[in-house]
Design a protein around this ligand. Structure first.
Ligand code: ATP
Ligand code: MG
Length: 237
């Protein structure tokens, strides 16, 4: 079932083409991954889908009512004053204490609730941002490079958590990721973007596409077995 449809989206800034003829669908309960080099327009495309930026031309159709959870790229939480995770989560005054705590629990970050934001590690910040994005019980979760700055084991844990969230919340997920392991094993559809859509399809299909091979090299999916480390005493899913 389709949630959002994009038709022939173009974006130009100062005569420079940033996005060219993008057509795609966001489908219910599916993970769609955007991959592509730096400057390919991935974050810009996300902002257009979230109505944070206007395209120069093209059409976006929102078919269902959606509740969005968004974790932007490079969030700077170096807030000049001291603020605890709990205060940060409750800032909007919409959600009650038990909702805040249960969402921190979902991402295994309950123990961080009284810590100051400026003392958190990169991985801890991403977890808190994810917990905040989950507050409104989203049916469309948008994550722009959620594992940036996190160590390898932390990345694996976070990707596992994202996959569990999808299963539990039955939400659509749009994610920007450079992690081909995740892309090939946990994703329903992959779009390879470089201003225009170079190729798209299931991981299996896309790994054989010549445009994909040109960009990322030849890979065998079965080599990318998802690392299964069962130390799962943190997450509540
Ligand atoms: N407001 C703007 N004005 C002019 N150019 C812009 C603007 N916003 C983005 N760009 C340009 O659009 C291009 C795409 O940027 P974008 O941030 O979407 O790339 P990205 O694929 O997310 O890259 P990365 O992997 O580094 O995050 C870049 O060349 C960027 O400089
Ligand atoms: Mg980006």
């Amino acid at each position: 079932m389709k949630l959002i449809i994009l038709k022939n989206i173009f974006l130009k800034k100062n005569k420079k083409t940033i996005l060219k003829n993008i057509s795609l669908c966001i489908e219910k309960n599916k993970i769609l991954t955007l991959i592509g080099p730096n400057g390919a327009g991935k974050s810009t495309l996300i902002k257009i889908i979230l109505k944070l930026k206007k395209p120069s031309s093209g059409k976006i159709i929102y078919l269902k009512k959606h509740r969005i959870g968004y974790v932007p790229q490079n969030v700077d939480l170096n807030i000049p004053f001291r603020m605890t995770v709990y205060k940060f989560m409750i800032m909007s005054n919409i959600y009650k204490k038990n909702i805040i705590i249960s969402n921190l629990k979902k991402v295994g970050a309950e123990k961080l609730k009284n810590k100051y934001l400026n003392n958190l590690s990169a991985g801890e910040i991403q977890k808190v941002l994810l917990a905040r994005a989950l507050l409104n019980n989203p049916n469309f979760l948008v994550l722009d490079e959620p594992t940036q700055g996190i160590d390898l084991l932390g990345q694996i844990k976070l990707y596992k958590l994202i996959y569990k969230i999808k299963l539990k919340l039955k939400c659509s997920i749009l994610i920007v990721s450079h992690d081909l392991n995740f892309v090939m094993n946990q994703t329903d559809k992959v779009i390879c973007l470089n201003k225009h859509i170079c190729c798209s399809g299931t991981p299996k299909l896309i790994s054989k596409n010549k445009n994909f091979i040109k960009m990322f090299g030849s890979i065998k999916i079965k080599k990318f077995a998802f690392y299964n480390h069962n130390h799962n005493h943190e997450h509540n899913f």
